[in-house]
Design a protein around this ligand. Structure first.
Ligand code: AMP
Length: 138
């Protein structure tokens, strides 16, 4: 069953496309959190960031880099929040990797990315060492 985003890529359902390359597509979010809320996707249906080959991830983030100032200009935004819900536990609803570019405005009442966590873990130095080594050793 193709994802809804594959159907947009294939032209089977409409999307408000703002940018396209051989490997990526960017379109307005159908349920925007702010004016100009845009999604950037790989055309192939990788579910998560780590499913994408490095060159495709690089293509996606290159488009994010290129489009962000264009989006800010288009809606006269003061800033942007950029992020992925990377996996179901993180709130990903469409299982086709996508980067959200959400325009932000002075005093818009929204929170920073830190708002994703209701509390912060209290980590000992040993735990931090272990996490640091485990990431660095991969
Ligand atoms: P996520 O929770 O990160 O998977 O977010 C999925 C996003 O896709 C939501 O912000 C939806 O509003 C958006 N969305 C769902 N269907 C469509 C669609 N047909 N066209 C554009 N955006 C969509």
């Amino acid at each position: 069953m193709p994802t809804i985003f594959e159907q947009i890529v294939d032209g089977e359902i409409p999307g408000r496309i703002v940018h396209e390359t051989e490997t990526t597509l960017a379109f307005l979010d159908a349920n925007p959190l702010a004016r100009g809320h845009t999604l950037v996707i790989p055309k192939d249906p990788y579910e998560r960031l780590d499913d994408m080959p490095a060159d495709i991830a690089s293509d996606v983030f290159s488009v994010v880099h290129e489009l962000t100032p264009a989006i800010e200009d288009a809606v006269d935004a003061d800033a942007t929040t950029i992020g992925m819900n990377n996996g179901e536990a993180a709130g990903q609803e469409v299982p086709h990797a996508h980067v959200h570019i959400v325009p932000r405005f002075d005093g818009d009442g929204g929170g920073p990315i830190h708002a994703v966590s209701p509390s912060r873990p209290d980590l000992s130095d040993e735990e931090l060492d272990e996490i640091q080594d485990s990431i660095a050793d991969r």
